[in-house]
Design a protein around this ligand. Sequence first.
Ligand code: C2E
Ligand code: CA
Ligand code: CA
Length: 670
Amino acid sequence: MDKAAESAALNAEIVEMLYANNRRSLMAAIVVMAALLLTQLHLINSSILIIWSVIFLSAYGSRGYLTFKYYKDQRRTLHSMHWLQWFRFNTGFCGLAWGLAGILLFPEAAPANQAFLIFALVGVSGAGIIIYSVDSFTSNLFTGGIVVFMIPRFLTHGTSVSIALAVLFIVYVIYVSVAGNALAKSLRENISLRIASNLDNKKVHQLAYYDFLTELPNRRLLSDRLQQAFVRCARGQCHGAVLSLDLNNFKGLNDSMGHQAGDELLQQVAARLQQCLRKKDTIARMGGDEFIAVLDELGCDKAEAIRAAQVTAEKMMAVFSQPFQLQQSKYRTTPSIGICLFHSDDYSEEEVLRRADIAMYQAKKSDNLNSIQMYDELLHPAIEMRATLENDLAFALQGNQLLLYFQVQVDETHRPIGAEVLLRWQHPTLGMIPPDQFIPIAEETGEIVPIGHWVLQQACRQLKQWAEAPLTRTLTLSVNVSAVQFNQPDFVEIVSDTVLGSGCDPRLLKLELTESLMVRNVEEIIIKIQALKALGMTFSLDDFGTGQSSLSVLKRLPLDELKIDKSFIKDIQHNAYDSFIVETIINMAKNLGQTVIAEGVEIQQQQALLQTMGCRLFQGYLYSRPLPLGEFESSLHTGLVHSRSQQSRVAPEDKAKTKKRQKASPTAEF
Ligand code: C2E
Ligand code: CA
Ligand code: CA
């Protein structure tokens, strides 16, 4: 593409040089023509003189007209080949007119005038060769026209003078052509070099200020444009707006159809968005699926500016009504748009962008998929909270702010068989943050990948330590793996390196996957699971029953365990429908040769019911809440789990009572 651009620029410049000489060469040609006519006037028949003059004036008249049309064409650099063809055609005609002079104006009986004629034509040819040398085709056409008519005439005249003049003419033309060619070559090289360096500069500029994928301005250029918009709005006392646009469920597309499809979508979205804006507005890609538009000078009246910003946002929304044609299939998506108005320089650049983002998050949270939201001071503080969490999460891992809690899993005799590892974030100012609040953010930002790796490392280290003590030697550890993490191309490699590197027994490590994973290519999932199972690890399907995985897909997955979601257990003792579903799941798992574990067991009655249905493994507040490592280990030592459940067994209690007791428990903060 760069080569093509270079060659187009070179052609345009050459054509420009050819036309640039036209005025001077036109004047010179007319002077020479007049001199020729004057000197040959009394020697040549006047009708012949008139015929030649007409031919000559048509050739140079059309040249004048061509030059006029060329300079009138505003887009001539784009049509340089067209103008070059016309120039060559016209130059051939001019060459022909001069050549005809060699025949028609040849004075048979006047050697001195013959010499003058040849002198004039030598001058014209030499000048033509030099002037047209940048395009050798043009210069050959011009000289060719002269030589072809004139040389035969001089040779056939047969006098020693005319033959000598013809030979001298040929020698001269060859000499000047060679010199002209050398000159033209170095000229073209110089032009090429200059063009290439201009293009390089442009490329550097492009890389620094434009997004590589969509060719939209990037964050740096946006910042510049935003500053300019601030200045203009302050000067004109008018309002401008920043629109933050984010695609809904873009991560889902990336996960299910791959990054290439994601890239294609972003490029098409960028192209459509650009069409919604005025020339003076800017739309930039900030990274990922996030776009920012800066709308300049929307009006002095606030209400008018709000309306104008909303109209643009609606236009942007409308471009999503048509599906996008990705390589694999058609794809529909919707955006969420947040708007923040600015006036003079009330706020900093960061503040305006942050407010537009907050409004966008608010739009995303609304039930309406196509949602536009204006920033409002009174917007729910939760959105500000989300922005804070997103920001701070990037430092949580390095800052040692992440902790692991362990929640025991027991068998029907209430003997601990293992634990689930659950993440907690000890935020420096906000206190302990539960995973439901930060894991979805970590998944969106991709931070879950390093975090998930860290969890796995800690779990493996724990298993290795537990292998030393008889009480903990056989305990399994279940680690939650999010779909984003599992879909990393190097997931298998990273997990096996971590597990093998830790020296723990892989058979004690269980990875919990969720059904959301199953939207992706099932073959790929099976290969990954099998590769890790070959090392001894086991797999559990978490939150089972809440997703929409088809039975046929589930049957093909080499899972070891189904984990019934806590939402089914919650009311199992009262809700016949829930208990029917749970029983069906348990039977299905049995048929597939998988074990079943019920999570969220809070009261003894639930365990008893599950047991009658054939469930043998349990996890829930009834046995223990998730605990920090130290407390978890001491609960094993003191037999807390066992005694608690014994206690529950002796006196089955209802849910309300359980909750009361949990509140009283000193370890029940999370
Ligand atoms: P999950 O995998 O379904 O984890 C079980 C959740 O149920 C835990 O919530 C646990 O504290 C809670 N729970 C346990 N027993 C009971 C009970 O008897 N009643 C009720 N109402 N809840 C109970 P937690 O710790 O807040 O974790 C929430 C979710 O965060 C987890 O759901 C899991 O999806 C995610 N998560 C936690 N740690 C990690 C992690 O290391 N990686 C990933 N990717 N996700 C994690
Ligand atoms: Ca889990
Ligand atoms: Ca679960």
